[in-house]
Design a protein around this ligand. Structure first.
Ligand SMILES: Nc1ncnc2c1ncn2[C@@H]1O[C@H](COP(=O)(O)OP(=O)(O)O)[C@@H](O)[C@H]1O
Ligand SMILES: N[C@@H](CCOP(=O)(O)O)C(=O)O
Length: 293
């Protein structure tokens, strides 16, 4: 048996739609795999009642298929599905690493990124790699057609998860097809600022780089209370706030000493909009870990 823990992730970071991602140091999924003649799946943990066990509909089934590695796969969910915290990607990344070990396929973590992205295609219709890349490699990742670049950033974050569900598939439908040159230039500038901030481990630059006028405003409409949560987090000291992934989680970047205040302000603002929420005080963390063979 092989057991792998893969972390939650936050994709986009505002200005880096379908490109930027970070691994979070918590929460995480744990996946156990054992060789079998055909793939079977068992799911326990947070939100497991909403996750199919049919290998054609669970992301890990697509990963097992892509690696030609049939197995009994047990998923212990720590990352709630439809959270905007890379729930499906955590399972896909963990399964890819675990099955690679179990069947001795010898693929590197970089080579496993497109394999794990096959799982994302099952749920969102597209094999976007911006969640599976940080889930496998850790840190801040830039995923493009050319491959993945990583920065070992250490930045404090708050991920606030409201008790509403937004499916990635639905949130991809509201992404505009076109943008003005002015907004594109703005976004490129912010994305570059964010990347420099990650390299310098500077929360203020990362926060300034999160601003995006193209995708985030359309997604924010799907999250009850988003504008209040954002302004409350900024008033409590956050350097930047944006939608995490496709939502509904909201991600704030801040200095270490402001994290508790920012987390409380975000939960309170959701509460003011009649939405229960929990905040994870987290930071940019490591990629998936094999911890038992
Ligand atoms: N192993 C899995 N973990 C989480 N969600 C899964 C898994 N397999 C299939 N799904 C389905 O994927 C959807 C959640 O994925 P997605 O909408 O991308 O949310 P998230 O932003 O949390 O990744 C749900 O419909 C869920 O049933
Ligand atoms: N780039 C994707 C990221 C989806 O992240 P998730 O955590 O919501 O699955 C998108 O924005 O659609």
């Amino acid at each position: 048996m092989v057991t792998v823990r893969a972390p939650a992730t936050s994709a986009n970071l505002g200005s880096g739609f379908d490109v930027f991602g970070v691994a979070l140091d918590r929460p995480a999924d744990v996946v156990h795999v054992e060789r079998a003649d055909r793939t079977t799946i068992e799911v326990t943990g947070v939100g497991s009642q909403y996750i199919p066990t049919d290998p054609d509909r669970n992301v890990v089934g697509a990963v097992a298929e892509a690696l030609d590695a049939p197995a009994h796969i047990r998923i212990d969910k720590g990352v709630r599905p439809s959270s905007g915290l890379g729930s499906s990607a955590a399972s896909s990344a963990a399964a890819a690493l675990a099955l690679n070990e179990l069947y001795d396929r010898g693929l590197s973590r970089e080579e496993l990124v497109p394999v794990a992205a096959e799982g994302e295609a099952v749920v969102s219709g597209e094999a976007h790699a911006d969640n599976v890349a940080p889930a496998l490699l850790g840190g801040f990742t830039v995923a493009t057609d050319e491959g993945v670049t990583t920065v070992d950033a250490d930045i404090p974050l708050v991920a606030c998860l409201p008790e509403i569900a937004v499916s990635t598939r639905d949130a991809r439908r509201v992404v505009p097809d076109t943008a003005s040159m002015e907004d594109i230039v703005h976004t490129v500038g912010r994305a570059a600022t964010l990347s420099v901030g990650m390299c310098r481990r500077d929360p203020a630059l990362v926060g300034a780089g999160m601003d995006d006028r193209i995708v985030t405003p359309a997604r924010a409409e799907l999250i009850t209370g988003y504008n209040d949560v954002r302004s409350s987090a900024l008033a409590a000291g956050a350097d930047g706030v944006t939608v995490s992934g496709a939502g509904p989680s909201v991600l704030a970047v801040c200095g270490e000493r402001d994290r508790t205040r920012v987390a409380a302000a975000m939960v309170e603002a959701f509460d003011g909009a009649d939405v229960a929420a929990r905040a994870y005080k987290t930071r940019v963390g490591s990629g998936a870990e094999v911890f038992d063979i």
